[in-house]
Design a protein around this ligand. Structure first.
Ligand code: ACO
Length: 396
């Protein structure tokens, strides 16, 4: 209670003033110091730990890239072997959780299933409440190892098929495709999946990463923070856009309908999925790499060649209409869905695959946040009036 003689100060005027200026959607706001990844949006460049993404996509593997993100340097040969062995040793998820996944409703979106599995994994992991850097690093490895198993298990069960256990002889991407589909995957499928995972592994201050950082900033636990990341990635403005791209191609139906569809959509100010980005005002470098894979598939799988031609036409029309004027270019989601559908992956599993990749970045960003933490607590521009009395319920 303020002393009667004390003059009470108020900051209400400051936060309710009509002309308070702020960056809606935090556009351009610098959230933290970071060394994990950087987007040069005008140049269309992306770096993980200072290394250009193209070099990683061409030369690295997902496991090596995950190590780079987590530990800040490329591993030596033995370090990589040890890391891969730890990932393999942590791929299984507890039988109790598998039994629960079997009972999930088959109509559930796979991102809902994944979000729930992450939550369950936290309850079964005794490292979760230790809150030490060592325990958190172990959790990061467990999460990266278990995400593919979780996504594949839900897919098998909802299709009424048997669970396929992780196969130690297969690396991360090959093992995921094996657990998800059954057979040992082709070399092209493994190369394409590994490139997709590398390209989606981190992306600076995107909304799901911020969600993870915000949750961990209260010194909550890693699993809670990762649940927030999964929930955020699910949205169609973020990771859910790859699913929307495929739905759009199906809705357009044919190459001959495409030009009219784009023109009509632009006239209606419809935001076409797979285009535009808060930071990139030029080509997203990840889209160009994925387009190469889509072209490679189109040579051997005729069924995707029309969808590829449609996508290329949409790209041409969009860049002609909005490239220069609004900086709208293809983003990572434009070609990834095409690649996944070529691998016989259902549309609603595209975003969970994004999560399988991004969990490495989320973990790296969470560990970085914890190393120099300050709780996130911004303010709002309050647009109410601050002058209303409480009215008893029978007088309202
Ligand atoms: N198609 C057509 N026009 C677009 C598109 C698009 N995909 N994206 C933006 N624009 C236009 C907007 O209409 C707006 O025009 P205006 O100034 O005349 O009103 C202008 O470009 C700016 O758009 P904003 O929505 O304000 O941009 P913001 O930075 O808030 O949003 C976002 C970025 C969400 C990615 C947006 O471009 C979008 O909705 N794209 C489609 C969804 C998508 O592909 N998301 C994946 C992003 S990548 C990722 O998260 C993995």
């Amino acid at each position: 209670m303020a002393n009667q003689n004390t003059q009470v100060k108020s900051e209400a005027a400051k936060y309710t003033a009509e002309k308070v200026s702020y960056a809606k959607g935090l556009e351009g706001v610098i959230l933290c110091d970071s060394q994990v990844s950087f987007v040069d949006g005008l140049a269309g460049k992306l770096f993980y730990r200072d290394i250009p993404i193209q070099e990683l996509a061409e030369n690295s593997t997902y496991e090596e890239t995950a190590y780079l993100l987590l530990f800040g340097k490329l591993p030596k040969r033995q370090e990589l072997e040890d890391f891969k062995a730890q990932l393999k040793a942590n791929r299984n998820i507890p039988n109790e959780i598998l039994e629960i996944i079997q009972k999930y409703p088959k109509h559930a979106h796979p991102m809902e299933a994944l979000r729930s599995i992450v939550s369950l994994l936290g309850m079964y992991d005794t490292d979760d409440e230790l809150h030490t850097p060592e325990a958190n690093a172990r959790i990061a490895i467990k999460l990266i190892a278990k995400f593919p198993t979780a996504v594949a298990a839900f897919e098998r069960f909802r299709q009424g098929k048997d669970y396929v256990a992780p196969e130690d002889n297969l690396d991360h991407s090959a093992n995921f495709l094996h657990m998800f589909r059954g057979p040992i995957p082709s070399d092209l499928d493994v190369r394409a999946m590994d490139a997709c995972l590398i390209l989606h592994a981190d992306h600076e201050m995107n909304v799901s990463t911020i969600s993870c950082r915000v949750v961990i900033s209260s010194l909550s636990d890693m699993y809670s923070a990762i649940c927030a990341g999964v929930g955020s990635l699910k949205g169609p403005l973020h990771g859910g856009a790859n699913e929307e791209v495929m739905k759009t191609l199906e809705e357009i139906g044919s190459l001959e309908n495409t030009e009219k569809w784009v023109k009509d959509s632009l006239a209606k100010h419809f935001k076409i999925p797979g285009f535009g980005h808060r930071v990139y005002k030029y080509y997203d470098p990840r889209a160009a790499i994925l387009k190469n894979f889509a072209e490679e598939y189109a040579k051997i799988k005729k069924e995707i060649s029309e969808k590829l031609q449609m996508t290329e036409l949409i790209e041409k029309l969009m860049v002609e209409s909005l490239g220069e004027s609004k900086g709208i270019y293809p983003n990572v989601d434009l070609y990834s869905g095409l690649i996944y559908s070529t691998m016989d992956i259902p549309k609603d599993q595209f975003t969970p695959i994004f999560a399988i990749a991004r969990v490495a970045g989320w973990c790296a960003q969470i560990l970085e946040q914890l190393a120099d933490n300050r709780i996130y607590r911004p303010r709002c521009h309050y647009t109410g009036t601050l002058d209303k009395p409480y009215i008893p319920i029978d007088k309202r």
